[in-house]
Write a protein that binds this ligand. Structure first.
Ligand code: FES
Length: 113
């Protein structure tokens, strides 16, 4: 009997390890893992984005997704379906599912630790 090798489901096996996130217009570029929010990825790379609650309710971080796809870990993030259709998203809770271009003119380098 041949030994079987555990296989990931096709949708997981096809996931890249990281996605590239580009912040426009300043051009900050960093990597985001599939399990990391866009804000967490930015902070880990030394890029600050406007934020407050960091749980998808206050909308301080609201900005536009110019290109790419994100998903939310909850059913009702604090952004309406109409706003999502217009490209608005919440980077504090949204996770990249492709390379992203994000319009956020208020990004700045995080202070050195
Ligand atoms: S920081 Fe509050 S919704 Fe993103």
């Amino acid at each position: 009997m041949p030994e079987s090798t555990p296989q990931l489901p096709p949708e997981r096996a096809a996931q890249p390890a990281t996605f590239e996130v580009r912040i426009a217009p300043d051009g900050w570029v960093f990597a985001a893992t599939p399990g990391q929010s866009v804000l967490q990825a930015a902070l880990a790379a030394g890029v600050e984005l406007e934020s407050s609650c960091r749980n998808g309710t206050c909308r301080t971080c609201l900005c536009r997704l110019v290109q790419g796809q994100v998903v939310y870990p909850m059913a009702w993030p604090g952004v309406s379906a109409d706003e999502q259709a217009e490209g608005w998203f919440l980077p504090c809770v949204a996770m990249a599912r492709s390379d992203l271009v994000v319009e956020q003119p208020m990004a700045w380098p995080a202070p050195a630790p």
